[in-house]
Write a protein that binds this ligand. Structure first.
Ligand SMILES: [Zn+2]
Length: 232
C-alpha cells in the first residue's frame, strides 16, 4: 500500500471518492490517468475501487479511508496498491527547499527524470544539483572551482556546528542537562525530544558515514559498463 497525495486527485464523486487521478503508474512508471468507476464501501470506514492505467492498462487498486466528522461522512487518506517501485524523495526535503528553492526543484526534477527512466538526463540534473549545492555552501572565493575541487573544499565548511549546539543542551545547566537532575519529572515531550535528538546524532555520526562507505564500495566493485557503440 502506498499513500497517495491529495494533489493527484483531480475530481471526486459526491461521496468524496476520487473520480479522476493523475499520478505515476506503479507498473509502467509513467505519468498516467486513472478513472475509478465503481467504488465499493465496506462498513463506513473504507471504500475500494480498481482502475486501469491509461498507458499500460494494468490495474491499480485504490483504497479510500472514510471518516465521520461531526456526522459528515467524508474521504480521508487514499492508498494505492501495488506500491510504486519509483524512488521516493529524500526525507526532510523541506530543509533543502529552505536552503534554496531552485535547488529543491532541481532535486525534484532529477528524481522525476529518474522515475521516468531518463537515466542520462537524471544524472546531468544531479550534477547540476551538486554544483548548485557546493556553490550555495562554499565561500565566494571557492565558487569558481571545478566540481571535484568544490566537493574537496566542502570539507572545510564547518560541519561540526550542529554538534556544538547539541553539547550545550546536554551540559548540566543546559535544557536536557537540568532535566537529568530529577529523572521522575521527565515528561513524554522531553523524553521524545531527547530520543529525536539522539536519533539525529546517530544518523549524522554513524548511519550517514556507514551508508556512504557502503555505497562507495559498491561503486568501486561494480563492473565497468561497456561503452555503447555509435551504431548500436
Ligand atoms: Zn501504467
Amino acid at each position: 500500500m502506498q499513500l497517495v497525495h491529495d494533489k493527484h486527485v483531480h475530481t471526486r464523486f459526491s461521496n468524496g471518492c476520487p473520480q479522476t487521478l493523475e499520478l505515476v503508474c506503479p507498473h509502467c512508471l509513467k505519468e498516467s490517468s486513472f478513472l475509478p468507476k465503481s467504488w465499493h464501501e465496506h462498513g463506513r470506514q473504507v471504500a475500494v475501487a480498481e482502475a486501469p492505467c491509461s498507458r499500460c492498462e494494468d490495474n491499480v487498486l485504490f483504497l479510500q479511508l472514510l471518516e465521520d466528522s461531526n456526522g459528515i461522512h467524508k474521504a480521508a487518506e487514499l492508498y494505492l496498491h501495488p506500491p510504486s517501485t519509483a524512488r521516493d524523495s529524500v526525507h526532510g526535503l523541506e530543509h533543502l527547499a529552505a536552503l534554496s528553492g531552485p535547488l529543491g526543484r532541481t532535486y525534484e526534477s532529477a528524481l522525476k527524470l529518474y522515475n521516468q527512466t531518463e537515466w542520462g538526463a537524471s544524472a546531468l540534473m544531479v550534477r547540476h544539483l551538486l554544483e548548485g549545492l557546493a556553490t550555495r555552501l562554499l565561500p565566494d572565493d571557492k565558487r569558481d572551482l571545478s566540481l571535484p575541487r568544490q566537493l574537496d573544499a566542502l570539507a572545510e565548511v564547518d560541519l561540526a556546528a550542529p554538534l556544538r549546539d547539541i553539547a550545550g543542551l546536554l551540559a548540566p545547566d543546559g535544557s536536557f542537562g537540568r532535566e537529568f537532575a530529577d529523572e521522575a519529572a521527565i515528561d513524554q515531550a522531553t523524553a521524545g525530544q531527547l530520543l529525536e535528538l539522539t536519533e539525529y546524532l546517530i544518523a549524522y555520526l554513524v548511519v550517514l558515514p556507514g551508508a556512504m562507505a557502503e555505497l562507495k564500495s559498491r561503486i568501486a566493485t561494480a563492473p565497468v559498463p561497456l561503452r555503447r557503440s555509435n551504431t548500436g
